[in-house]
Design a protein around this ligand. Structure first.
Ligand code: F0G
Length: 449
């Protein structure tokens, strides 16, 4: 059960079927364009959507809004140092600012960044620096306990091969969001560390979901069963040279990010740039009160009862969606349940966007909003004007905002899913009416066919 009780509530909208049809049509059949006031249950993302604790709300009032040297920064810095062991702590307004600042200082044109999987904003920052992002995800067949691992044979091959000299950093995204929210094992981090040391390359973490990764290590690796998740998280940070994070996830707050490093010289270069683009180094684009909420959130997020609830919720919800007839990817992680839309809708080919089709139908059936992670996001228009080049998989992500929805909210989503499954054969595909060059999924206008 939820390891908290509810002190403040926010009413949720219940648009009727006509209102839903109108909202989706007006939005060009793109859920990013549907206003939140027309959504009953919003599982679009776990980013910035958390409910804060009473301790976080109380901490807000104590925010020190001084431009320079704020007390709130000192608290934030102390919590991050204690957690990560890195001395250099730089706040930023969200994850992609951290990526742009850090990777922009580290990478030069022609360099290579290697990762288990670069999240899409990370890849964009690597490419903006003129460097190349190489993904080497684990080759372990699904379902794997640590499907988020980096492939060690492939990493070794790259570092020892002719392109090895161009590798400027190895990145582990924990948990691996783009790879189904799966964790990276401690053994994998340790082995990557050894390879990085042998080749003189820094090992960096995209630690946006570091607490969930640590908890899943204690659940799935018998060697670490029963260990406090915070201790495991510290060990993971201890193996790396630095990290960045979107604190809109495991910071359990609505905004924030960080860069934390051992390398003083690299941190100095980041701070110099930070002043130009984010703000003074003791607030980095955040208010003092945000830093207070984050300092408190970073303490709460490793509580075992909270993390157990989070993993159990995802597992329970995955089972309900599977009972409703959706092809659920197993094992579930913590922050989301992923569903294979291509298997549910075999009559909708990739260039007709099966993941979008399923997501839109869930909205029409019950004003539930989920994310499409299929050809609209990861596919590409064919330069020769033919059908879109398909994404590797047609996934729909049911994300779980932290501490926001109860079991009965998620039961409602499963009931809605069952009504969609019942009419799966009639669900139409889509065509793109209007789109931009990159990140088209945020703004594209579609039409059913
Ligand atoms: N890294 C990972 C692993 C992420 O999941 C995200 C964001 C970012 C970096 C970028 O952070 O949004 O604070 O700038 N993921 C969100 C999501 C958007 O819905 O999965 P940001």
């Amino acid at each position: 059960m939820e390891p908290f009780r509810i002190k403040a509530v926010e009413p949720i909208p219940f648009p009727d079927p006509d209102q839903r049809r109108r909202a989706l049509t007006d939005a060009g059949f793109n859920l990013f364009r549907v206003p939140a006031r027309a959504i009953t249950i919003d599982l679009l993302t776990d980013s910035g959507t958390s409910a804060m604790s009473s301790a976080q709300w109380a901490a807000l009032l104590d925010g020190d809004e001084s431009y320079a040297g704020a007390r709130s920064y000192e608290r934030f810095e102390a919590v991050v140092r204690d957690l990560t062991g890195y001395d250099e702590v730089i706040p930023v307004h969200q994850g992609r600012a951290a990526e742009r600042i850090l990777l922009g200082r580290l990478l030069r044109p022609g360099d290579v960044s290697v990762a288990n999987t670069h999240f899409d904003t990370t890849r964009a920052s690597v490419e903006a620096a003129g460097a190349v992002a190489v993904d080497l995800p684990s080759e372990a067949p699904a379902p794997a306990a640590f499907g988020g691992d980096i492939s060690l044979p492939a990493l070794r091959g790259l570092l020892e091969g002719p392109d090895g000299v161009s590798v400027r950093c190895v990145v582990l995204t924990i948990t691996n969001n783009a790879g189904g929210g799966q964790p990276v094992s401690l053994d994998n981090v340790a082995a990557a560390r050894e390879l990085c040391t042998a080749h003189g390359v820094p090992l960096l973490l995209d630690a946006s979901r570091f607490a969930e990764n640590a908890y899943l290590i204690t659940e799935r690796d018998p060697a670490h069963a029963g260990r406090p998740p915070r201790e495991v998280a510290r060990e993971v940070f201890g193996l790396a040279d630095g990290c960045w994070a979107s604190l809109k996830k495991d910071g359990v707050a609505n905004i924030g990010g960080l860069i934390a490093l051992r390398d003083t010289e690299l941190a100095r270069r980041c701070r110099d740039h930070l002043i130009a683009v984010e703000g003074f180094p003791t607030y980095g684009g955040l208010a003092g009160r945000d830093l207070e909420a984050l300092a408190q959130g970073l303490r709460e997020v490793t509580e075992p009862a909270y993390l157990r609830y989070r993993a159990q919720t995802a597992r329970w919800f995955g089972d309900r969606l599977a009972e409703a007839g959706l092809p659920v990817l197993q094992p579930t992680g913590c922050h989301a349940v992923y569903v294979d839309a291509a298997r549910l809708l075999p009559h909708v080919p990739p260039h007709r966007f099966p993941a979008t089709a399923l997501a839109n139908e869930l909205y029409l059936a019950g004003a539930v909003r989920v994310t499409e992670l299929g050809t609209l996001v990861f596919g590409r228009p064919d330069p020769a004007g033919g059908d879109d080049l398909p994404a590797p998989r047609e996934l729909v992500r049911f994300c779980l905002p932290r501490r926001v929805y109860t079991k009965s909210h998620l039961e409602y989503v499963a009931e809605t899913a069952a009504t969609v499954v019942a009419k799966a054969a009639e669900i139409p595909g889509y065509r793109v009416v209007e789109q931009t060059g990159s990140l088209r999924h945020f703004t594209a206008v579609l039409a059913p066919i």
